[in-house]
Design a protein around this ligand. Structure first.
Ligand SMILES: Cc1cc2nc3c(=O)[nH]c(=O)nc-3n(C[C@H](O)[C@H](O)[C@H](O)COP(=O)(O)OP(=O)(O)OC[C@H]3O[C@@H](n4cnc5c(N)ncnc54)[C@H](O)[C@@H]3O)c2cc1C
Length: 483
């Protein structure tokens, strides 16, 4: 018997998702799993003119940056660490073209994988521009210019974000570039300037530093990682500086100009007017919601004062049956946040249970050591006036970290003194991005620090640091002195 999906007319769907990034494509897949007819429209165009699903994350963000971070870390460790392990290497050399080729291959495999998933689930992929009109009609303009009007019972907007341009340092490729440009350098810049010591600036700065660039990172704010736990931030900065990242805080860029000698950057800091000349300049000061030509004024969708699509806690816009998810709505601009919003709305549309726990979203910075956290910082808990306790365990005391020659950093837990509930976990150290998952799960279940204390962790593992940090919160750490 033909199912509902096969009977749906080609131009009419239960759900149309506009945007095929890490928010949009999971929404489309989950809606199809829920037996709804689904189309996913995406307009992403690569620099070589090819089209691909996956949005910023797969094409120009999470995945290519992690591919280069991995390769550059291997190169760096080969030079700085292998000798300690008793491995002598000679003749090691950088082949940047191969490194970039591998990165492109990883990206291609991942983005093509989305089409395979769509095919298996029965999602109709439509490559081109989508625009929401009144009454849940969607105007679809294919890349060849042909136009159709589609209709849907539900529409999900997942149009993502775009890099913010700095007025005093406008993009001028190839010298002054955004993060996408900085992932595609064909040669290692001798001197690299990065504006913005946020997640993206630090990751890109690390890649090129490890490959040999002299890297200066200019950050306007006086505090390093002002949004993170400050004990964590101080420890991370110490290690990044040791690797040669020249991070200058309180440095406000006032101009950047391409000259024969490179890019002349002027900035002011506590010492007054400063100048810096670099070969390439990366502007990584943040991203803004991207909603260009996404909906007509009579669609019922509205923006807030910062340009994000206005939604409630279930990602419903002001228009009936229209949802918005991912970077184009409030909340942290993270792929996994968008993914869970996509899954939530696709379940809600199908009449199932759907909920997001915005309090428990992990953040990871993939530097070395990695920096990861979930929940509240010590500063936030302190400011709220609640009684709290902290436990810190240094990786120096971890047998596994020592064996790996990766004993930098610590795991820290912040828990309530009143009922022992874990309020935040902050890790700087080896594979912190993986370790944080245990803390996320614990917090999702409203675990206490005692719950973690009584959970058996395999030895020797890095995860023991999280266990010991929980013990340290009650001054019961076994493998480090309790202070
Ligand atoms: C260098 C870098 C590194 C990053 N690393 C990480 C990381 O490690 N971990 C992490 O969680 N996050 C990371 N991010 C952030 C992450 O990429 C974003 O949070 C994520 O991509 C947001 O997903 P999204 O689906 O909302 O938007 P996007 O990924 O931006 O996708 C939106 C898609 O919609 C398309 N689109 C827009 N408007 C229309 C329209 N009208 N019609 C058709 N299509 C349209 C766009 O072309 C795009 O393909 C990184 C970002 C950058 C730049």
């Amino acid at each position: 018997m033909p199912n509902e999906k096969q009977q749906a007319p080609a131009d009419s769907f239960d759900v149309i998702v506009i945007g095929g990034g890490p928010a949009g494509y999971p929404a489309a897949l989950r809606a199809a799993q829920n037996k709804l007819s689904v189309a996913c429209i995406d307009e992403w165009k690569n620099k070589d003119g090819t089209f691909a699903f996956g949005g910023t994350c797969l094409n120009a963000g999470c995945i290519p940056s992690k591919a280069l971070l991995e390769s550059s870390e291997l190169y760096y460790r080969l030079q700085s660490e292998f000798a300690v392990h008793g491995i002598k290497v000679s003749g090691a050399a950088l082949d940047l073209a191969q490194m970039q080729k591998r990165k492109a291959g990883v990206v291609r495999t991942m983005t093509q994988g989305i089409l395979t998933l769509f095919k298996a689930a029965g999602v109709t992929p439509l490559q081109g521009h989508g625009k929401l009109l009144a009454g849940r009609k969607v105007e679809f303009t294919a890349h060849d210019g042909s136009r159709r009007t589609l209709s849907a019972k539900h529409v999900v907007l997942a149009s993502g974000s775009a890099p913010i341009e700095l007025r005093s340092a406008p993009f001028k490729a190839p010298e002054i570039v955004d993060s996408w440009g900085a992932l595609d350098f064909e040669a290692v810049p001798k001197r690299l300037g990065v504006i913005g010591a946020g997640v993206i600036g630090l990751e890109l700065g690390s890649v090129w530093r490890r490959l040999g660039s002299e890297v200066v990172v200019l950050e306007a704010l006086p505090d390093f990682l002002a949004f993170a736990d400050q004990q964590l931030a101080r420890e991370a900065l110490r290690h990044l500086k040791k690797q040669g990242l020249d991070v200058r805080l309180g440095a406000k860029v006032s101009g950047a100009r391409v000259t024969g000698a490179g890019v002349e950057v002027s900035y002011t800091d506590a010492g007054g007017e400063q100048r810096l000349t670099v070969d390439r300049l990366v502007v990584a000061i943040g991203r803004r919601p991207y909603t260009e030509d996404l909906f007509s004024p009579d669609s019922g969708v509205t923006l807030d004062e910062r340009g994000f699509i206005k939604v409630d806690e279930h990602c419903r816009t002001g228009a009936a049956g229209v949802y918005a998810i991912g970077d184009c709505v409030r909340g942290p601009m993270l792929a996994h946040k968008g993914k869970e919003e996509g899954v939530m709305v696709a379940d809600l549309i199908a009449g199932r249970y759907g909920e997001m726990n915005y309090k428990v979203i992990p953040s990871v910075i993939y530097t070395a050591p990695e920096i990861a956290w979930v929940g509240e910082t010590e500063e936030q808990v302190k400011a709220s006036g609640r009684e709290y306790k902290t436990g810190v365990f240094p990786f120096l005391a971890s047998g596994r970290a020592r064996a790996m020659e990766q004993a930098a950093g610590f795991a820290k837990i912040v828990a309530s003194r009143e009922d022992d509930e874990i309020l935040g976990v902050h890790i700087v150290g080896p594979l912190a991005g993986e370790l944080i998952a245990e803390a996320v799960l614990a917090m999702e279940y409203s675990a206490s620090s005692e719950d973690l204390q009584r959970t058996i962790h395999a030895h020797p593992t890095l995860a023991e640091a999280v266990h010991e940090a929980a013990l340290a919160a009650d001054k019961r750490s076994i493998d480090a002195p309790n202070r």
